[in-house]
Design a protein around this ligand. Structure first.
Ligand SMILES: Nc1nc2c(c(=O)[nH]1)N[C@H]1C(S)=C(S)[C@@H](COP(=O)(O)OP(=O)(O)OC[C@H]3O[C@@H](n4cnc5c(=O)[nH]c(N)nc54)[C@H](O)[C@@H]3O)O[C@H]1N2
Ligand SMILES: Nc1nc2c(c(=O)[nH]1)N[C@H]1C(S)=C(S)[C@@H](COP(=O)(O)OP(=O)(O)OC[C@H]3O[C@@H](n4cnc5c(=O)[nH]c(N)nc54)[C@H](O)[C@@H]3O)O[C@H]1N2
Ligand code: SF4
Ligand SMILES: [Mo]
Length: 737
C-alpha cells in the first residue's frame, strides 16, 4: 500500500521550507512539493530536496559508541552508554562541583529539545556552564534589537511584506546561496517597482540582482551605516515627528553621525560617495523601506554596534514599527529563532526571560518545581565555554553542533575538547566532534520525530514525524530523560514532544517570547503561528487558542497570498516593547576590526557559505549530489591579487593567520575586492578555514569575528604540474603583473 505524504519542513535553514515527505517502499523517504506553504510555495533548494539521504542508515549512526581500552570507538548497548555518561557526570560534579560539567546545544534543535536541554543543565546538573552555537550566529543582532526595541524577534514582520515595501537594503546576506527560495521576494519587490540595495564585499549572485551593490571593505559596515545617516541628516531626510513621538536618544546618535563625512566614509569603507548618495536616495524616497542584515555585519567584534547603526538609520527616517517598514535580522539555523528563546543560552530562561531577573527565576522555578535559589546564574558564552574546556570545565555534553569545524580558532578548540576528562556527543552522524567523544549517542532526526521550530519570521511550525527511525537510535528527549533519571531526577523530562511543549508554554507564559497560546492542535491546522501568542481564556480550545487580536494587515484589505496567520505577524506598530514604548537610538561610533592588516598579514579574510553545503557539513558532506556540486573548500580572490601572488586558477593557496593556516585551491573572480580573500567554512582538515579565523568577541553579544581577520596568502602547489610553487606571499614579494 502506498503511504500518504506527511506535510513537514526542511531540516536545514531558518526559512523552514514546507515539503511533503513519503516513506519509500524500500526504506528512506521521498520529498515532494508542498505548494500550500506560503513561504516557499513548493520551491526547495538542493539541500532540502536531498535531505532524505541523511536518513539512510548507510551514512548515520545506529548504535551508541564508547571509547574502548585501546582508544578506539566501539559499538555498545544503550544501557552501558547511558550509564557511562551519567557516571562520569556524577563523578566529575562530585569532585569538582556542578560548574565542572558543561553543556553545548544547537540552534537546529527543536524548541522542545532546546527547552529540555536548558532545564537539564540547570535542574539536573545544576551548572551555569551552558551555551550553544547560536552565539556564533545571531547574537549581535539579538543584542542590538533588544537594546533598540526591547524584544528580539528576527523579523518583526512576515516575509510577505517584503515585496510590498519600497526599498530593501540587504546587508551581508547572500540568500542566493543561503536561502534560494527567499530570492523570489526580492524579484517580486523589483517587479512591484521597489529597489534592492546589497551591501557585500563580494559581487555575489544576490548582489547581481540588486539595483545598487555597495562593496565595502570587510568590517566597515558600521562606518558605512553612520555615513548614510550623516547624509540623511545633511540632506534633511530625517522624520522629525516620528523621532519625537516614537524614539529616545536621537541627540547623541545624531551627534555621533555628524563626524562621518561622506569623503571620510569613502576612505574607510571603499564605497564611492556617489554610491552612498544613491543608497540614501533609494532608501528615503519611497513611502516605506526596510533594512535586513545577516551574518556579514553581525559576525564582527563590533557586530552589536554595527546592527545598532543600521537600526539608527531606520529610526531616523521613521522606518521601524510602521507598516511595510522596519529592521530585521535574517536568522540562519532551522530553529535559530526558537533556539534562542527557551533557555539553552548562557544567560536565559524559557520565554526569552533573563536568568538574572528574580521574577523570571521565580516563575520558571515554579513551573519546574524547584527552589528559585537552586537555579545557577549566567554562564560563559559559546567560545569562552569551549576555551575553558579542560580547565575548570572537565566534562561536556554536546547536542546539535560540530565545533571542531565551525568554531573560531578551531585547532585550539579541538585541542580543548581533547583535553576534557569526559566528552559525550549526541548526533545523527559521526561528526568530527563526535569522533573525539568518550561516548556517542545516535539520535533520531527531523523526519522521524515530531517537534516545533520557529522560523526566521517568528512563525512557530510543527514538524511532524513522517517515518519510523531505524533500529538502535533514540530521540534527544529520551536521552535527557534517561540521563536525568540516572542522576536522580525521575520526573520532569518527558519523552513525548507535545508534553514538553505544553510545559514550555507554561514556562514561557508572560515572557517576551510567549508561546502559551500555541497548541499542537492549532499548529497542525495552521501554516504556523507567529509569537507572541499569549493564551486566551481557554488555551486548548482551537477556536480560541491564540487570540488573533494583534494580527493586522498593514495594507488594509489587500489580497495576501498568505492569509493572515494567527498570532502576531507584525510587532511594534503601536509601541515598541521597551518600558516607555519608544525605540532607543544607539550612540555608536566606528572602530576597526580586532585585527587589521599589517606587513606580515597584509590581506583581509572573510568567510561564509555555498549553496550545496550546510554549516560544518556534518550532514551535507554525506550526500553524493551535494558533494558533486560543492566538493571542497576554495579561496576566492581577485585577478589582480592572484597576479601579485603568482597564482593561477586551481593552484593550492595557503592562507595563514596568527592562529594557523588553511590550504585550498584558488578560485579567481573579479567579483571580490582585491584586498580580500573569501573561504567557505564547511570542511574539516587542511581546508578548514576556522583554523585561521579570529575568536575576538563582541563585548556585548560575545559573538566571534568570523567575518574579518588579517592573513597572508602564498601558493604552495601549482595546478598545472602539481609541483610546489616558489611564489612568495602577497605583500612580501609582489610578482610582476
Ligand atoms: N547553503 C547554506 N545555507 C545556509 C547555511 C549554510 O551553511 N549553507 N547556514 C544557515 C545559517 S545558520 C546561517 S547563519 C545563514 C547565513 O546566511 P548569510 O548571512 O547569507 O551567509 P554568509 O555566507 O555567512 O554571509 C553572507 C555574506 O556576507 C558577506 N560578508 C563578509 N564579510 C562582510 C562584511 O564585513 N560586511 C558585509 N556587509 N558583508 C560581509 C559575505 O561575502 C557573504 O556573501 O545561512 C543559512 N543557510
Ligand atoms: N568561519 C565561519 N565559521 C562559522 C560561520 C561563518 O560564517 N564563518 N558561521 C557560524 C554560524 S552562523 C553557525 S550557525 C555555526 C554552525 O555550525 P555548527 O554548530 O557546527 O552547525 P552544524 O554543522 O549544523 O552542526 C549540527 C550538528 O548536529 C547534528 N544534528 C542535526 N540535527 C540534530 C538533532 O536533532 N539532534 C542532535 N543531537 N544532533 C543533530 C548534525 O549532524 C551536526 O553534526 O557555524 C559558525 N561558524
Ligand atoms: S532554503 Fe533552507 S529550508 Fe528551504 S530547502 Fe533550502 S535548506 Fe531547506
Ligand atoms: Mo548560523
Amino acid at each position: 500500500m502506498q503511504s500518504s505524504p506527511t506535510p513537514t519542513h526542511c531540516p536545514y535553514c531558518a526559512l523552514q521550507c514546507g515539503m511533503n515527505l513519503t516513506p519509500a517502499p524500500g526504506g528512506g523517504a521521498e520529498v515532494t512539493e508542498r505548494a500550500d506553504f506560503p513561504v516557499n510555495r513548493g520551491a526547495l533548494c538542493g539541500k532540502g530536496r536531498s535531505a532524505p539521504a541523511v536518513l539512510s542508515s548507510r551514512v548515520r549512526l545506529t548504535s551508541p559508541l564508547v571509547r574502548s581500552g585501546d582508544g578506539t570507538l566501539v559499538p555498545a548497548g544503550w544501557e552501558e552508554a547511558l550509564d557511562r555518561i551519567a557516571g562520569a557526570l556524577a563523578r566529575i560534579r562530585a569532585q569538582h562541583g556542578p560548574d565542572a560539567c558543561g553543556v553545548f546545544g544547537g540552534g537546529g534543535l527543536t524548541n522542545e529539545k532546546a527547552y529540555a536541554l536548558g532545564k537539564f543543565a540547570r535542574v539536573v546538573l545544576g551548572t551555569s556552564q551552558i551555551d550553544y552555537n547560536g552565539r556564533f550566529c545571531m547574537s549581535s543582532a539579538a543584542a542590538a534589537v533588544t537594546r533598540a526595541f526591547g524584544l528580539d524577534r528576527g523579523l518583526p514582520f512576515p516575509l510577505a511584506d517584503i515585496p510590498r515595501t519600497g526599498c530593501v537594503i540587504l546587508v551581508g546576506s547572500n540568500p542566493a546561496e543561503t536561502m534560494p527560495p527567499f530570492l523570489r521576494y526580492f524579484t517580486e519587490l523589483r517587479e512591484n517597482g521597489g529597489t534592492l540595495v546589497v551591501v557585500d564585499p563580494r559581487r555575489t549572485r544576490t548582489a547581481e540582482q540588486a539595483d545598487l551593490h555597495l562593496a565595502p571593505r570587510p568590517g566597515t559596515d558600521l562606518a558605512l551605516a553612520l555615513g548614510l545617516l550623516h547624509l540623511v541628516i545633511a540632506e534633511g531626510r530625517t522624520d522629525e515627528a516620528y523621532i519625537a513621538q516614537r524614539t529616545t536618544g536621537w541627540e547623541e546618535a545624531r551627534a555621533a553621525a555628524m563626524a562621518y563625512w561622506p569623503e571620510y566614509v569613502e576612505r574607510v569603507t571603499g564605497v564611492p560617495v556617489p554610491q552612498l548618495r544613491e543608497a540614501v536616495r533609494m532608501f528615503c524616497e519611497p513611502a516605506s523601506a526596510m533594512v535586513l542584515t545577516a551574518r556579514g555585519p553581525e559576525q564582527q567584534s563590533k557586530g552589536t554596534d554595527t546592527v545598532g547603526a543600521w537600526i539608527n538609520l531606520c529610526l531616523a527616517t521613521g522606518r521601524a514599527g510602521r507598516p511595510l517598514s522596519g529592521y530585521g535580522c535574517l536568522t540562519g539555523q532551522g530553529n535559530g529563532q526558537g533556539g534562542r528563546e527557551h533557555g539553552q543560552k548562557a544567560d536565559q530562561l524559557p520565554g526569552y526571560r533573563k536568568l538574572t531577573d528574580p521574577a523570571a527565576r521565580r516563575h520558571v522555578a515554579g513551573v519546574w518545581g524547584v527552589d528559585p535559589d537552586s537555579l545557577p546564574g549566567p554562564g560563559r558564552s559559546a567560545y569562552e565555554l569551549l576555551d575553558a574546556l579542560g580547565t575548570d570545565i572537565r566534562a561536556l555534553l554536546l547536542m546539535g553542533s560540530n565545533p571542531v569545524v565551525s568554531a573560531p580558532r578551531a585547532a585550539h578548540v579541538e585541542q580543548r575538547l581533547r583535553s576534557l576528562d569526559f566528552l559525550a556527543v549526541c548526533d545523527v552522524v559521526l561528526s568530527e566532534t563526535a569522533a573525539l567523544a568518550d561516548v556517542v549517542l545516535p539520535v533520531t532526526q527531523w523526519a522521524e520525530e515530531t517537534g516545533t521550530v520557529t522560523s526566521l519570521e517568528g512563525r512557530v511550525l510543527l514538524r511532524r514525524r513522517a517515518l519510523a527511525p531505524p533500529d538502535g537510535v533514540r530521540s534527544d528527549l529520551e536521552v535527557l530523560h534517561e540521563l536525568a533519571a540516572r542522576l536522580g531526577v525521575e520526573k520532569g523530562f518527558p519523552t513525548d514532544p507535545e508534553e514538553v511543549f505544553d510545559e514550555l508554554r507554561r514556562a514561557s507564559a508572560g515572557g517576551p517570547a510567549d508561546y502559551s497560546g500555541i497548541t499542537y492542535r492549532e499548529l497542525a491546522r495552521e501554516n504556523g503561528v507567529f509569537w507572541p501568542c499569549p493564551a486566551g481564556a481557554e488555551p486548548d480550545d482551537p477556536e480560541d487558542a491564540c487570540l488573533d487580536v494583534y494580527a493586522q494587515d498593514p495594507a488594509g484589505d489587500e489580497d495576501l497570498d498568505d492569509p493572515e496567520p494567527p498570532g502576531t505577524p507584525r510587532l511594534f506598530l503601536d509601541r515598541f516593547a521597551t518600558e516607555d514604548g519608544r525605540a532607543r537610538f544607539a550612540p555608536v561610533s566606528h572602530r576597526p576590526g580586532a585585527e587589521e592588516p599589517d606587513e606580515e598579514y597584509p590581506l583581509l579574510l572573510t568567510t561564509g557559505r555555498v549553496v550545496a553545503q550546510y554549516q560544518s557539513g556534518a550532514q551535507t558532506r554525506r550526500v553524493d549530489e551535494l558533494n558533486a556540486a560543492a566538493p571542497g573548500p576554495f579561496v576566492e580572490l581577485h585577478p589582480r591579487l592572484a597576479a601579485r601572488l603568482g597564482a593561477a586558477e586551481g593552484d593550492l593557496l595557503a592562507v595563514v593567520s596568527r592562529r594557523g593556516r588553511a590550504v585550498a585551491p584558488a578560485r579567481i573572480t573579479a567579483g571580490i575586492r582585491p584586498d580580500t580573500l573569501f573561504m567557505p567554512f564547511h570542511w574539516p582538515g587542511e581546508g578548514r578555514v576556522n583554523t585561521v579565523t579570529n575568536p575576538a568577541l563582541d563585548p556585548v553579544s560575545r559573538m566571534p569575528e568570523f567575518k574579518v581577520c588579517a592573513v597572508r596568502a602564498e601558493v604552495v602547489e601549482t595546478a598545472a604540474d602539481g609541483r610546489p610553487a616558489r611564489a612568495g606571499s602577497a605583500g612580501s614579494s609582489p610578482r610582476p603583473r
